[in-house]
Ligand binder design. Structure first.
Ligand code: PLP
Length: 346
């Protein structure tokens, strides 16, 4: 049975071009800087994000961990959102492994932190407090509906950070979704960040990897940290090759995922028992509530018909991505309509 997997854009499989690129990649020992394919991916990434240098890392989690550790010492502090992936879903790594204190501020519905709240949260030089060194933002903001942070907002955060002599890290796991949605070059979105990480292995459909970008000195520290964490990878061109294909050919098509998400949201909004605001839908993540029936049972019935979802959450998140077509969306909406109707009648 053909399966339509809305659980996450991490479920994407590599394209035929990516598989070919992996098979044919020119390789070397990347720990010695000798893998030409990794070097090319890192140079392309740095250029696309307007930074001096880049480092290929194993995952988005590792990109964030290294990004924070490269800019905060033990006992120093990062300000970040209470809905941020770094805080909620990375096993507390920056604190556990780096001794970095996390100070949480509330994310608003669009994934932003309030500028006044950031300013009040920055600690003065006082021995009572951990010195504030970093602000971490997320673009797009996963748990805030996949909202993109605009260059204007980034500019305001950047100005504030510079005034206080602190740095900005962006978890850009889905930065290119933001760029496509806002029709703004990724470099513009990254201009006010000192470090930015983006994922190859989500909507860009690569099997593995993320890239951390920043100035050359910080990226040298990042390389050392990557080695320390045991992720100095040898012939990593195997991973970098599909990353190059992704940067060359998978970014513009993210618009298709966004339009599929819009179509899904509109369709779902017409089904009784589903509560969704179709207007609050900027990218490829859509959130809604099942207001009647047993979500676990509905999830099971959807799965039986090839529609894979994560029903255990209160708020359902469906993610559109490479591999899900407009026809798949029509099919899934039809199945959802029937399942909700049958379930209500039972
Ligand atoms: C916003 C965000 N940041 C970071 C990550 C971590 O990426 P990875 O799963 O590659 O560690 C994710 C994963 O879903 C994410 O959604």
């Amino acid at each position: 049975m053909h399966e339509i997997d809305f659980r996450s854009d991490t479920k994407t499989l590599p394209s035929p071009d990516m598989r070919r690129a992996m098979a044919e990649a020119e390789l070397g020992d990347d720990v010695s800087g000798e893998d030409p394919t990794v070097n090319r991916l890192e140079a392309m990434s740095a250029e696309m994000l307007g930074k001096e240098a880049a480092v290929l890392v194993a995952s988005g989690t590792m990109g964030n961990l290294i990004g924070v550790l490269a800019q905060c010492q033990r006992g120093e502090e990062v300000i970040l959102g209470d809905k941020s992936h770094i805080y909620r879903a990375e096993a507390g790594g920056v604190s556990v492994l780096g001794g970095v204190v996390m100070q949480m501020l509330p994310n608003d519905g669009a994934g932003r932190l309030d500028l006044d709240e950031i300013e009040s949260a920055i600690h003065p030089a006082d021995s009572h407090y951990p010195p504030t060194k970093l602000i971490a933002l997320e673009n797009t903001a996963n748990a805030s509906g996949g909202a993109p942070l605009t260059p204007e907002y980034m500019g305001e955060v950047g100005r504030l950070a510079r005034e206080h002599g602190i740095k900005v890290h962006v978890d850009g796991a889905r930065l290119f979704n933001a760029a496509v949605c806002l029709e703004t070059p990724a470099a513009e979105l990254a201009a006010d960040a000192d470090t930015v990480t983006f994922c190859l292995s989500k909507g860009l459909a690569c099997p593995v990897g993320s890239v951390l970008c920043g100035d050359s000195e910080t990226m040298e520290r990042a390389r050392r940290l990557r080695k320390m964490l045991g992720a100095g990878m040898r012939q990593a061109g195997i991973i970098a090759a599909p990353g190059i294909v992704a940067l060359e050919s998978m970014i513009d098509r993210l618009a298709e995922d966004h339009s599929n998400a819009r179509k899904l949201a509109l369709g779902l909004s017409e089904i009784p028992g589903i509560e969704i605001d179709p207007d609050s839908l900027p990218t490829n993540l859509l959130f809604f509530e099942i207001t009647s029936g047993d979500p676990m049972e509905i999830g099971r019935r959807l799965r039986e018909r090839g529609v894979l979802v994560s029903p255990e959450r209160d708020v359902w998140r469906w993610v559109t991505h490479y591999g899900i077509t407009s026809e798949d969306v029509d099919y899934a909406l039809g199945v959802m309509r029937e399942v909700m109707r049958d379930h209500a009648a039972a």
